[in-house]
Write a protein that binds this ligand. Sequence first.
Ligand code: BTN
Length: 241
Amino acid sequence: MANFIFLKETNSTNTYLKTRCKELCDGTVVSAEIQTAGRGRLGHGWSANEGMLPFSILLKNPIERETLTARAGLAICGVIADFCGNSPEIGIKWPNDIIIANRKVCGILCESLCFGDSVCVICGVGINISQSEDYFLSENLPHAGSLLTQTGIAPDREELLRNAAERIILRAKQPFSECRGEYRKRLVNLGKKVRIISQNGEITATAEDISANGFLVCRGENGIFEVNSGEVSVRGENGYI
Ligand code: BTN
């Protein structure tokens, strides 16, 4: 069972848990109505207006930390399918974007803190629930969408939060070997040409699989190689996907 903390406002729900992880118990979930300095992957910001649901979950010593983002992604796809209707268009753009019909509706940021032998992982999730097309245009976010713009349904915030958190906590206990096949079905990059962008430049390859430890398996001109999510961002050959 999750233990919920509902905040009116915080800088970042991930930071809130990071600074209190020793005293809070495993499975604590914190959400905020307003998040003023949300953080995304690779040092990006994550702006939040009232149409967005930011929340984070504290997981103490979870199994297979390296595949947690992948398993959290599956949890989010499942909850979206429950609330908005299952559709093959609900997918995961590796490593952490949840997509509906080519638009990003959710991002996931897992961060770890080590204390001797124990590890706290904070799994942060931002779901766009009800922002309008105009909002994304005005924020210059052409690849973003909300559950409302992409499915016509804006679920109740608290119900969505409770379901998403429970599903992530369950997935955090499931080995990736049990859900890798399911992940492949959701992976929108599979079989597509991708541009892998890192500090060292950009290469193009074909995404062929997800490895047992959550890396993207690609085929490039020199053969097969694996990409670690910590290092890169992945785009489609001619655009976002
Ligand atoms: C990304 O797509 O780059 C990941 C975005 C993750 C944003 C969420 S919102 C709740 C939690 N708190 C944060 O500061 N970030 C995550």
